[in-house]
Design a protein around this ligand. Structure first.
Ligand code: DGL
Length: 269
C-alpha cells in the first residue's frame, strides 16, 4: 500500500466529521475519503449484526478506493464491528477505532479513580468501555450512561443554548455520575457540546474527546508502518454518503467547521 494513498474514515452519518477534522489537524499532509452511511443512520439503535453488515460493506468500498488505513469514526461501529473491519481490510492495513486509543490513554493516566462515559444506547449497552478500561487498569471504575437524546439534539442545531444545557445537565446529574474524575465523550457528536459539559463540571474534571485521541493513534500507527505521507498532496479530501439530502450537506458545516460538497455512492443497491 503506498504512503500516498488516502485514509478511509467512516461513520453512520456526518457526525464522524468531528473525527475527520481532528485527523486533518493532526495529519495535515494526509488526504482522506470520508464515508457517511446516511442510508442507515442512526447506528446507535441498531443491532450489532446490522452494524457489522454495514461496516463490512463500507470497508470493502474504502479498500476499493485504495485506502491505506481505515478509521472507524463511529463509537457504535467501533464497539460492534472492529474485528469485522480488520478482517475485511486485511493484515497490512492499519485499522483504528475510536475506543481502544481512549481506553489506553485513560488506563495509563488515571489511578484509583472513577471514569464516566456517555454515548448512544448501542455503545453503552455493549459495555465495551467498561470492559476494556477496567481490564487494562484494575484500579479504575468505569460508570457509563446512555444519553440518546444528545446526538439528534445536536444534529437539529440545539447546542450552546438553554435547551441543550438543560438536557445535558439532566443527563450529567444522574446520581451514579456524582463522583467521576473524568468523562469520555463517546459519540461523534459530543465535541460540539464540550463547552457545555465543561460548564456543568466547572472545568474541574478532564473531558476526553475520542476524535483527538484516535487521531494521535492513527499518526502513530501510520508512522510505525512507514505509511506517513511526508509531502502535502494537492488532491482534495472526498466526502461520500450512501444517501444524499441537501439537509445533510448543510449540516456538515456544524461537524466539519466548513462547507463540504457531498458525493453519493449507492453501495446498497
Ligand atoms: N456516530 C454515532 C456514534 O458515535 C452517533 C450517531 C448514530 O447513532 O448513528 O456512536
Amino acid at each position: 500500500m503506498p504512503s500516498s494513498g488516502p485514509i478511509g474514515i467512516f461513520d453512520s452519518g456526518i457526525g464522524g466529521m468531528t473525527v475527520a477534522q481532528a485527523i486533518r489537524k493532526a495529519l495535515p499532509n494526509e488526504r482522506f475519503i470520508y464515508f457517511g452511511d446516511t442510508a442507515h443512520l442512526p447506528y446507535g439503535d441498531k443491532s450489532p449484526e446490522s452494524i457489522r453488515h454495514y461496516a463490512a460493506r463500507i470497508t470493502q468500498y474504502l479498500m476499493d478506493q485504495k485506502c491505506k488505513a481505515i478509521v472507524i469514526a463511529c463509537n457504535t461501529a467501533s464497539a460492534h464491528a472492529f474485528k469485522t473491519v480488520c478482517d475485511v481490510a486485511g493484515p497490512h492495513v492499519p485499522v483504528i477505532n475510536v475506543i481502544d486509543p481512549v481506553a489506553q490513554y485513560v488506563a495509563g493516566k488515571f489511578k484509583k479513580q472513577n471514569i464516566g462515559v456517555i454515548g448512544t444506547k448501542g455503545t453503552i449497552a455493549s459495555r465495551v468501555y467498561v470492559n476494556r478500561i477496567e481490564k487494562l487498569n484494575k484500579s479504575l471504575k468505569v460508570i457509563s450512561n446512555a444519553t440518546p437524546l444528545l446526538a439528534s439534539m445536536i444534529e437539529e442545531g440545539f447546542y450552546n443554548n438553554k435547551i441543550s444545557q438543560t438536557i445535558i445537565n439532566s443527563y450529567l446529574s444522574k446520581p451514579n455520575f456524582k463522583d467521576i474524575d473524568a468523562l469520555i465523550l463517546a459519540c461523534t457528536h459530543y465535541p460540539l457540546i464540550r463547552k457545555e459539559v465543561d460548564l456543568f463540571y466547572k472545568k474541574k474534571i478532564e473531558i476526553i474527546d475520542n476524535g483527538e485521541v484516535a487521531a494521535s493513534a492513527l499518526k502513530a500507527a501510520l508512522g510505525e508502518q512507514d505509511l506517513l505521507n511526508n509531502r502535502k498532496t494537492k488532491t482534495k479530501d472526498i466526502f461520500v454518503v450512501s444517501d444524499y439530502t441537501e439537509a445533510f450537506e448543510l449540516s456538515t458545516k456544524i461537524f466539519f467547521g466548513e462547507k463540504v460538497v457531498l458525493k453519493t455512492a449507492r453501495i446498497w443497491k
